[in-house]
Design a protein around this ligand. Sequence first.
Ligand code: ADP
Ligand code: MG
Length: 269
Amino acid sequence: MKSATAIDAARVELLLAELRLPAIKLVWSDLAAQADKEGWPAARFLAALAEHEIAERGRRRIERHLAEARLPPGKTLDTFDFDVVPMVSKAQIIALAAGDSWLEKGANLIMFGPPGGGKSHLAASLGFALVENGWRVLFARTTDLVQRLQIARRELALESAIAKLDKYHLLILDDLAYVTKDQAETSVLFELIGARYERRSLLVTANQPFGEWGKIFPDQAMTLAVVDRLVHHATIFEMNVESYRRRTALERKRGPGRPPASATIKANV
Ligand code: ADP
Ligand code: MG
């Protein structure tokens, strides 16, 4: 015959499964043994179980948010060498990774610079840190996202496709300037930027300064409207450095690289 304790234990397992408390289900018997042995008050035992479930749920939520963020792998702040971009302050990036000062008001970040300067890496690593801090992020190549939105538009579902992106506190539009100048394409981008204005943040990377954006959008008015909305509450990083790939390849040959050509940061949050 089973002991009363064994029967209780079997009931607990069933009840916890029914209540969908998988984290408690895993640890309760060890904790119960410890509580019995050390004579814990019942409230302490219950609190320990609840804390464990909450911590596990938090961990699983972040795991889900990391998966949905589609960040390129391996691009973290730990692997980003701030020494090669002296115009970007590590302290400022770490402050931005907390999120609250800018994501809550839908402010934007814009990263300019020539190819290979570390824009995508820095954007992705900031995205990663934000997810770890509890925010929801989506990293997208701008051309891919524009294509998805165009398909939605054809299916008369553009508005709801844009609304679905609202769940992301930060949308990273990587390589905005690679979008081709095609009326239908860029007008979905125009609508996306307008819809998020002052509500939800964007991080845009581009290897063309604003002056060249006339090549992205079909007309002057649309370009001006986009730039206006993006910069109204924005921090702009100008990462005018030599390509990191080229620099590291050259360094292997000739020793340390040249200092960067220019160093400017404009902040206008
Ligand atoms: P961009 O998006 O500006 O064209 P990337 O971020 O793609 O440049 O950088 C090109 C490559 O060099 C990537 O593999 C990236 O991880 C690496 N890289 C660039 N800048 C840095 C940096 N400051 N520290 C470490 N790796 C870097
Ligand atoms: Mg890039």
